[in-house]
Design a protein around this ligand. Sequence first.
Ligand SMILES: [Zn+2]
Length: 281
Amino acid sequence: MHKLGAHLSISGRYEKAIESIENIGGNCLQIFSASPRQWQFAHPSQKQIETFVKAKKEFTINPVYFHASYLINLGFDNGVGKVSVRNLINEFNLSKKMQVRGSIVHLGSLKREKKTLIEDEAYYDLIENIKQILKNTPEDVLFIIENAGTNKLGKTLNEIALIINSVDDDRLRVCLDTCHLHAAGYNLTTYKDFEEFLSTFDSLIGLEKLELVHMNDSRDLLGSFRDRHENIGKGNIAIEVFKNFLNNPKTKHLPFIIETPGFDDKGPDKENLDILKGLIS
Ligand SMILES: [Zn+2]
């Protein structure tokens, strides 16, 4: 059976998202540990943690991921870099307690534009910060790098490969977002395009490090470097791209998580998940 899920709101209690994903027909889940637009550090009580773990088990929702705060920027050695490290260490420790598989992280941006990653001093801060987080957190919690769709760290497979190979730790994984791939100019419409992309991923990073896929359509054009999600089938990404991910033997086993606006604009919904289910052959 395919693993299909959504990013859902916890609305003040974590187990709420477990009930919601069950209601819209998903079997895996992504949540924020705390408000993603302010520097909040999640500190649920032991009781709250237990209630969540119980609900997760009861409804067999697996895996569950955290999506890290939008404020995270690991390309700095001070200020925001330091808070980002502390925030992720807190979230990774919570992951272990809540049986969450790991955090999906947008790495942040370079200090200066128009330079390649390796030439920028941000690169060295970034690698150091990731190592710090891994060193100070439980060994079985994953650090999952999400590819960027805008001009930020990790917009190409080459950049992600450079980072992963520099850190060199088994706990680093990759989340690919279809909207971000499209924004960064990757066209995965045909079988051949998709196979070539997977073989590039395998040679640069290793397919075993591909942890999950975010399934989002896009309101913008290929290579636009704009990141505006759309409901599946309603945007500019060919439906074949979603079919490729869902049906290729190298990717069909992965968790697929939607972050779509929803057909009633209330966030990821049953309708988007049902469209994806209909694309499985
Ligand atoms: Zn995403």
